[in-house]
Design a protein around this ligand. Structure first.
Ligand SMILES: [Zn+2]
Length: 209
């Protein structure tokens, strides 16, 4: 029996406090992760954090320029949201994104037709709600984890409870036999090419099986 794999992913950064805290916890436990950045959040202060994220070997992917409900946008506006963010991310990574996480997980036919990236969602713990404690966040993620799962968390402003939860999530999932990989690695392990999947008009929460 092969190992079980999960991909930790973080949306809505870079943030000047929460992103470095998350990076440090991932490094402390020697695991990788993928960060879905909002272009609007890259500024003179946070750009260095985004660069640090990439230089430390974490993956950077596209979460749109402005984090609108993109299912309400025109095709032209949809393409702008993706392409303008790609330009910002390319300056940091020198590579094109393979994956896109739709803001609010809202999708439409126009989005599928105008965004040439693989759409992913993930298993989450409502960590955008400040009433959900760090302990509840950890319990919910640990309880849901399955092989191939994309785990959706947020390194957004003021969200230190997720960094705290992560410090428990990682050792608990290691104990359950999970290995941690990037989203790109997870697709590769499951024998899938994001380029092929992009044409299939769906949002992945769990990959494979
Ligand atoms: Zn988001």
């Amino acid at each position: 029996m092969g190992n079980k794999h999960v991909a930790l992913t973080f949306d809505d950064g870079p943030d000047r406090e929460v992103t470095p805290a998350v990076l440090n916890i991932l490094s402390k436990h020697a695991v990788t992760g993928s960060f879905f950045l909002i272009g609007r959040n890259i500024n003179s202060e946070t750009e260095a954090i985004a660069r640090d994220t990439f230089e430390r070997g974490f993956e950077i992917e596209n979460h749109s320029l402005n984090h609108y409900y993109m299912d309400k946008l025109s095709p032209r506006e949809i393409r702008d949201e993706i392409e303008k963010n790609e330009e910002l991310l390319y300056k940091i990574t020198g590579r094109r994104s393979s994956f896109f996480r739709p803001p609010y997980l809202a999708v439409s036919e126009e989005m599928y037709e105008n965004i040439d990236l693989c759409f992913i969602g993930g298993l989450h713990c409502e960590d955008w709600d400040e009433r959900v404690t760090a302990e509840e966040r950890a319990d919910r993620i640990i309880g849901q984890a399955v092989d191939g799962a994309i785990i959706l968390l947020h390194d957004m402003e003021n969200n230190m409870a997720t960094a705290e939860a992560l410090d428990n999530i990682i050792p608990a999932l290691k104990d359950k036999g999970f290995d941690f990989v990037t989203v790109n690695e997870l697709f590769r392990i499951k024998g899938m090419e994001p380029e092929e999947r992009a044409a299939r008009h769906r949002v992945f929460d769990v990959v494979g099986n």
